[in-house]
Design a protein around this ligand. Structure first.
Ligand code: UDP
Ligand code: MG
Length: 313
């Protein structure tokens, strides 16, 4: 198994985090690597990670600059050697001790174990409110897959879901939405998310807006469809008025303008629909993923006719 930890300017917490996670790894019933992704930190983070690397079960990757947490997660997904992956923040807001429970659930047969924030003690009221709004909006917008409320990036992903996620090469999007999209047997485990042990959050409101827009663009054609319906309705109304005027023999310049407006609206709706279809096409996502029975010691996943095999640790 691989535990993936994105880190950016975390010099104040890394030592404590490493000690706590090492204690957990020692007690796990599966073999494990700890993979740190240094997202271009300029503080003592790279120095600390070099020290941790003296253990054979620790690996560190360093991005050439700060690319943001989403990119760090993707680097972890691409480079992890374990068959199941756990993603966890370095700031101890996600308690490493819960990893043992997550592994238990995986061994019981779940492919994805999502940790759900039952309490967010570390966050202010505005962050809680905007986060709730974000989850509600995304759930309305997401056409396929699921986005459980208050589930962020603290999760375990089993081999079948990992293979499916690696097969999604798309650039625009949000990792947690992709996990929701691939499906498989999932469970949500509630936990209390505490405040940061030290250091500062890199989270901000423009970043949340960015994430929301990227998510909507990558996972929803619904706004385009809603606009198409509005445009098509406008076309019908405008041309209905024009036709009535023609039949009554009282066509004026206003009626002609209405007719032209209706036609323009129909054009915009058609463009939107073609754009939506193109967006789906360029992503080249698999059309379907198969859920297979887990056999003892082996895992089979079939995707678009290709069979992937993998053993459990
Ligand atoms: N992080 C990262 N790159 C960034 C920002 C954050 O790898 O550009 C890491 C950070 O080190 C931490 C995790 O992502 O391990 C969550 O970041 P943060 O605590 O700032 O976010 P919050 O918990 O406040 O949403
Ligand atoms: Mg945090």
């Amino acid at each position: 198994m691989s535990i993936i930890v994105p880190c950016y300017q975390e010099e104040q917490v890394l030592q404590t985090f490493h000690q706590r996670v090492a204690a957990v790894i020692n007690r796990l019933p599966v073999s494990c690597e700890l993979l740190y992704i240094d997202d271009g930190s300029t503080d003592a983070t790279p120095y600390l990670l070099r020290q941790f690397r003296t253990h054979s079960w620790v690996r560190c990757l360093r991005l050439s600059r700060n690319f943001g947490k989403e990119a760090a997660l993707r680097a972890g997904l691409d480079h992890a050697r374990g068959q199941a992956l756990i993603f966890i923040d370095a700031d101890l807001q996600d308690p490493p001790e819960l990893i043992a429970t997550m592994v238990d659930h995986w061994l019981q047969g779940y492919d994805v174990v999502n940790m759900q924030r039952a309490r967010r003690d570390g966050d202010g009221w505005l962050k809680k409110l905007t986060a709730t709004l974000y989850y509600r909006t995304m759930r309305v917008l997401m056409a396929q897959g699921s986005l459980p409320a208050q589930v962020s990036d603290f999760r375990l992903i089993g081999p079948a879901a990992v293979a499916a996620l690696r097969a999604m090469p798309e650039q625009v999007g949000v990792f947690k939405l992709r996990v929701g999209w691939v499906g498989f047997r999932s469970i949500e485990l509630p936990y209390a998310r505490v405040g940061r042990v030290a250091g500062t959050s890199k989270w901000n409101y423009p970043a949340l807006l960015d994430l929301a827009l990227e998510g909507a663009l990558a996972f929803s054609r619904k706004p385009l469809r809603w606009y198409s319906i509005a445009c098509a309705s406008t076309f019908l109304i405008c041309n209905g008025v024009l036709l009535t005027a023609i039949l009554a023999g009282s066509v004026s310049l206003l009626h002609v303008l209405l007719g032209v407006t209706g036609l323009l609206c129909l054009g915009v709706a058609m463009l939107g629909e073609y754009l939506g279809a193109t967006l789906l096409e360029v992503k080249r996502r698999p059309l379907y993923l198969l859920q297979t029975e887990r056999e003892r010691g082996t895992e089979h996943e079939v995707r678009n006719g290709v069979v992937h095999h993998g053993g459990r640790p």
